[in-house]
Design a protein around this ligand. Structure first.
Ligand SMILES: [Cu+2]
Length: 326
């Protein structure tokens, strides 16, 4: 029935049902409370009104009553809080095996890069039933990647990565909107998420020409930019050996320990002096302004591939074919 109610977007992700349930609960609760409050007002103004020869009645405090109307609403609010928190954590915790897709937003379009190397603009093709994690950044101002059918929305910021994930449950084409006002053509910054059956998806993937995977492009760039002069695959380099770095904690010169995630690798390349690895000198050149966001994505994908097999949206079997170019 909800499908035909035009104010309600289709639900097509693993969490959309949960979000809707909470939303419906909140709406019904507000409705019940509104009716109850107005009914009470009407009853009270009649019942306790001043009449000929009778003064308006005064009601005096009642401890049990006051406890009841404090504790019951508090329990309802705590229920809403817990329920919302559970959904929030589901939404914020991508499954470990998620496929990774990079998104670069700019005024006024969405540029998509698959781990397999396929690129798209204002369109994202994904197979049904696959967990997909988006690693997003912006080339200019703040945008927001919003897919109503999946009930997910995440701001996309310049200068860093933000992420969101989904598992599409129904094949179809769904709206993608920019949900953060970003300039003149903001309203035109829209696109389609195309969810396909696995076999159709494989065919779509095979049809597109990709010039190498993201990680292998990153490996080439790693060579061209001269990174291997310091980052060798042994311990003799002037910079740390990058094999196995991603996803592990890194001890810094100032005693802090940070997790080597996408944002750490990104920052290590753009402004290496911000976090200097313990035991090394801050001699790495600054690459800020020398690499585009797309190039940075492939460098990050490459560094990541030195620790774990890259996860694409193709079937797991196809995923293992990819890997760093030796
Ligand atoms: Cu935008």
């Amino acid at each position: 029935m909800i499908e035909h109610f035009p104010l309600w977007p289709p639900g097509a992700s693993s969490i959309s049902g949960n979000v809707d349930a909470l939303y419906i609960f909140l709406t019904l609760l507000s409705l019940v409370m509104t009716v109850a409050i107005f009914a009470t007002i009407l009853v009270f103004v009649t019942k306790y009104r001043r009449r000929e020869g009778v003064d308006a009645e005064q009601i005096h405090g009642s401890v049990p009553l006051e406890l009841a109307w404090s504790i019951i609403p508090m329990m309802i609010f705590m229920l809403i809080f817990a329920w919302g928190a559970v959904i929030y954590f589901q939404e914020r915790t991508p499954p470990r095996t998620s496929a990774e897709v990079y998104v670069v937003a700019k005024q006024w379009m969405w540029k998509i890069e698959h781990a397999e190397g396929q690129r798209e603009i204002n369109e994202l093709h994904v197979p049904v039933g696959r967990d997909v994690r988006l690693i997003m950044t912006s080339q200019d101002v703040i945008h927001s990647f919003y897919v109503p059918a999946f009930r997910i929305k995440q701001d996309v910021l310049p200068g860093r990565y933000t992420t969101e994930w989904f598992r599409a449950t129904k094949p179809g084409t769904y709206h993608l909107f920019c949900a953060e006002y970003c300039g003149t053509a903001h309203s035109g910054m829209i696109g389609d998420i195309v969810v396909m059956e696995q076999s159709d998806y494989e065919a779509w993937m095979a049809g597109g020409k990709a010039n190498g995977t993201l990680a292998s492009n990153g490996a080439d760039l790693f060579q061209t930019l001269g990174c291997p002069t310091c980052h060798r695959t042994d311990s003799q380099g002037r910079g740390p050996n990058l094999i196995g770095v991603f996803g592990k904690p890194v001890l810094l010169e100032d005693g802090r320990t940070v997790m080597a995630d996408e944002n750490y690798v990104r920052e290590s390349i753009l402004s290496p002096a911000a976090k200097v690895v313990n035991g090394y000198k801050p001699i790495m050149p600054v690459f800020q302004g020398l690499v585009t966001d797309e190039q940075l994505n492939s460098l990050v994908a490459y560094v990541k591939s030195l620790s774990q097999p890259p996860a694409g949206t193709q079937s797991a079997a196809a995923g293992t074919k990819m890997g760093p170019k030796e």
